[in-house]
Design a protein around this ligand. Structure first.
Ligand code: ZN
Length: 510
């Protein structure tokens, strides 16, 4: 079907807004007088519903088909979910996606949590604008990868997790679910310099209202918090991008703040330092990686228009910054990614925590007693992350043949693992596990391990594995493999066996 007919057929039987009616009349008049290059106008399903309904999986697929082979947007299948639904990626470019290395590559993905719809809706609106040719100026310096719906199964069930109960935003280390695995494959294919993971936060929690507040930020933008993250990337996020997006949002009449978790009676902090979520797992690879949290009210449709439009505005502001500072961002990221190849012998943070620092944070809140909107100076505020324990990064790690499950996991992260072909004697550092105790960290109970190390001669046997750390994934490799890493494999049930023997089965070559 031609663009024209597709557009016309969509108009029939759908609620027609004044804007789309004018667009249609203009388009119709244009074709009557023979305007050669008329641009079809696309409208996202949530807008067509007058912001009355969130978009179902089926409706989303129809929409993606409509826009999927336009001049600007090209839609491809990314993966199948556990229940067989399709995840798509839309490649958005004013030329051919990925062809021009001077263009900044940005990856946007939404709805990892199935009950958080507004990220998907905002990304769908963005796709409609691009397909209609409305945002062409943004694309002069950037190419975009957009995955609007990471968790179609959870979305249809209106639940956070997938149909087999996986929290996808805690699966970015193990990568056992097809959805995040496909997202990481996409990342390694194109190595985007900027990533944004779009979510929603609940505002009606008792822990806040009991303290007399309801949080009302339309969107929160979260930056990198892991202590291993580069200072340059963090400064770009915190000192330049964040104020730009904040200014844009205030100008549009929205409340906006830096992303926090915790509550007034607990430790308010800038979310987890863990590397198994969508933000930090890419951030640890030298990426300017963000999380954005729109607001969640009582139901999925409650105040839907403002929720979707504010998510859209916040994403648009980020893209505007990226577009006008593309060269600078490319430079910072390529320097950081080059640095990641040279970390052998350098300290890598294994344990870290949030502390009250010198910074001050004020956030928009509604007072429960008076229903007045005001600003609250966050207290107690644990806004700084400090390293508590580090190791020196070795040149290589040795993994024994029997632990091929670790190797499979590393390969899911596109880490190059070599197999030993010939028996050889090498000097390695071996870890002895001295003690393991369980403690709560960021609302989860997990093992904390203490080790001592000694130098031993080890016979490498055919089938054993060697992992070099001279890779983009250098910090990730250490964080996964080191026994004292608070975010390492030992915290996952599948790898609990690593702590069973006195000797930890991963060895270091310095
Ligand atoms: Zn979420």
């Amino acid at each position: 079907m031609s663009e024209k007919h597709r557009f016309a057929s969509r108009m029939i039987g759908n609620p027609v807004t004044r804007r789309t009616l004018y667009a249609f009349l203009f388009f119709f008049a244009g074709s009557c007088v023979g305007v050669a290059q008329s641009q079809a106008q696309y409208v996202a399903p949530v807008e067509r519903s007058g912001f009355q309904r969130v978009t179902s999986y089926d409706t989303l697929q129809v929409f993606l088909k409509e826009i999927g082979s336009t001049a600007i947007v090209h839609v491809e299948t990314l993966a199948k979910s556990k229940s067989g639904r399709t995840l798509v990626v839309a490649k958005v470019s004013s030329s051919k996606f990925g062809e021009d290395p001077r263009k900044l590559r940005v990856l946007l993905f939404g709805q990892q949590h199935g009950d958080e719809h507004t990220g998907k809706e905002a990304l769908t609106m963005l796709l409609a604008r691009f397909a209609s040719g409305d945002l062409n100026s943004l694309l002069e310096k950037i190419d975009l990868l957009i995955v609007p719906q990471m968790n179609p199964d959870g979305s249809e069930l209106y639940q956070r997790r997938t149909s087999d109960s996986v929290d996808l935003n805690r699966n970015h280390v193990l990568l056992t679910s097809p959805e995040p695995r496909a997202l990481h494959d996409l990342f390694y294919q194109w190595l985007p310099q900027v990533t944004l993971d779009v979510h929603e936060y609940g505002t009606l929690s008792r822990s806040w209202s009991d303290s007399g507040f309801v949080r009302i930020a339309d969107t929160q933008l979260g930056m990198l918090t892991n202590a291993n993250t580069s200072h340059e990337v963090y400064s770009l996020q915190h000192d330049e991008i964040f104020p730009y997006v904040a200014g844009y949002m205030h100008g549009q009449g929205y409340y906006f703040q830096e992303y926090i978790v915790g509550s007034p009676s607990d430790r308010v902090r800038h979310s987890t330092t863990e590397i198994n979520d969508g933000r930090q797992s890419f951030g640890i690879l030298g990426t300017v990686s963000f999380i954005q949290e729109g607001i969640k009210w009582r139901t999925r449709e409650d105040r839907l228009e403002r929720r979707v439009k504010s998510q859209f505005a916040s994403i648009r502001a980020l893209l505007e910054f990226c577009s006008t500072h593309a060269d600078k961002i490319i430079n910072i990221v390529s320097q950081e990614r080059a640095r990641l190849l040279t970390l052998s012998g350098k300290p890598i943070a294994m344990k870290m925590d949030h502390f009250a620092g010198m910074r001050d944070l004020r956030i928009p809140v509604r007072m429960v007693a008076t229903q007045r909107d005001t600003t609250w100076r966050v207290k107690p505020y644990h806004g700084e992350v400090r390293m508590q324990k580090s190791i020196s990064l070795p040149d290589q790690y040795i993994i024994e043949r029997k632990d091929s499950a670790i190797v499979q996991l590393l390969r899911r992260h596109h880490i190059i693992v070599q197999e030993v072909k010939q028996e050889a004697q090498v000097k390695v550092t071996a870890y002895t596990i001295d003690s393991t105790f369980h403690a709560e960290v960021e609302e989860d109970v997990q093992p904390f391990v203490s080790v001592s190390s000694r130098s031993i001669a080890k016979t490498l046997k055919p089938g054993d594995f060697i992992v070099s750390t001279k890779h983009l994934q250098s910090i990730l490799i250490a964080c996964i493999l080191e026994p004292e890493s608070m975010w390492g494999l030992t915290k996952y049930e599948q790898f609990g066996y690593l702590l069973k023997e006195k000797q930890y089965p991963v060895f270091r070559i310095q």
